[in-house]
Design a protein around this ligand. Structure first.
Ligand code: G
Ligand code: G
Ligand code: MN
Ligand code: NA
Length: 254
């Protein structure tokens, strides 16, 4: 696996970069938070998208050091924004295996302490596949994280096999409706409208913020607002961009 070796080298050479995509409050139009999305600045191939290397990282165990770097970058960036007077909650995607790594919680707590970032400004996006290997232990870890004040999102909601049982057991406060449902709004006789509406109501009944991802146009944003969805994320507002380009979306310093 040539790419695996290159990725290992890339990690030591700090070739990873983070882009950030705004999550927008559908009522106020203000920033709800950002999602950090990793890219690999490969010396020959240019900017490589995560779909091309996250699976390799997961298969080789490199995802553990990779996630540590991503968390470090995201925490530092959130701290920098805070120093500039903007409170920006940052969400990081966590691969299932990382959650069950020894010392994950301790390292994360140390990292937040070291950088002086309030725990509630960090959010972890978890897919339900995070829970297949060892659900009991994973859920215990997630409870420890929320006890520290770290927020959790249930990512890609609706695409898994047993979303309901995880909803029951996960201490998340945010549900992210998978893009595949959002893209279908207003089409095919309203099937996806019914599903999205049901997911919004379900989320709200459980006291969760509901986020729709993959919002690409104004019609979709309006339809989501009409269905009572809280937050939107997608190209309609912004692609994932380097931190410096997020400036127009940041809350004005106090
Ligand atoms: O922008 P997009 O191509 O950025 O991301 C593609 C996929 O890669 C998404 O499913 C996203 O969740 C995943 N991804 C992006 N950044 C990270 C990361 O830092 N860690 C993990 N585990 N997955 C990520
Ligand atoms: O973690 P998750 O699988 O949710 O990752 C988000 C992915 O969705 C990233 O690859 C990101 O680049 C992508 N994305 C974000 N907004 C849009 C959008 O409006 N349309 C599409 N097609 N993809 C999007
Ligand atoms: Mn995500
Ligand atoms: Na997702």
């Amino acid at each position: 696996f040539a790419l695996a070796k290159e990725l290992r080298d890339g990690l030591t050479r700090l070739e990873l970069e983070l882009h950030y995509q705004p999550k927008i409050d559908l009522y106020s139009g203000t920033l709800f938070g950002v999602e950090a999305l990793v890219r690999w600045r490969h010396p020959q191939r240019g900017l490589v998208r995560p779909d091309e290397f996250i699976p390799i990282a997961e298969a080789t165990g490199l995802v553990v050091p990779l996630t540590e770097q991503v968390l470090d970058g995201a925490v530092q960036q959130a701290r920098l924004w805070l120093a500039q007077g903007s409170r920006v909650p940052v969400a990081v995607n966590i691969s299932p295996a990382c959650l069950l790594t020894d010392g994950f919680v301790e390292r994360l707590r140390d990292r937040l302490d070291r950088h002086g970032l309030p725990c509630e400004l960090l959010r972890l996006e978890i897919t339900e596949t995070a829970l297949v290997t060892d659900p009991e232990r994973a859920i215990a870890v997630l409870h420890t994280l929320t006890a520290l004040g770290i927020r959790l999102s249930l990512d890609d909601f609706g695409t898994g096999y047993s979303s309901m049982s995880y909803l029951r057991r996960l201490p998340a406060d945010e549900l992210k409706i998978d893009r595949s449902f959002v893209t279908g709004l207003g089409r095919d006789g309203g099937r996806d409208d019914i599903l999205v509406s049901a997911m919004v109501q379900l989320g709200h009944s459980l006291g969760l913020f509901v986020v729709a991802e993959g919002v690409e146009d104004a019609e979709t944003a309006d339809a989501l607002a009409a269905l009572g969805c809280d937050v939107g994320q997608g190209y309609w507002w912004s692609r994932p961009v380097p931190a410096a380009e997020l400036h127009p979306w940041l809350p004005r310093p106090l």
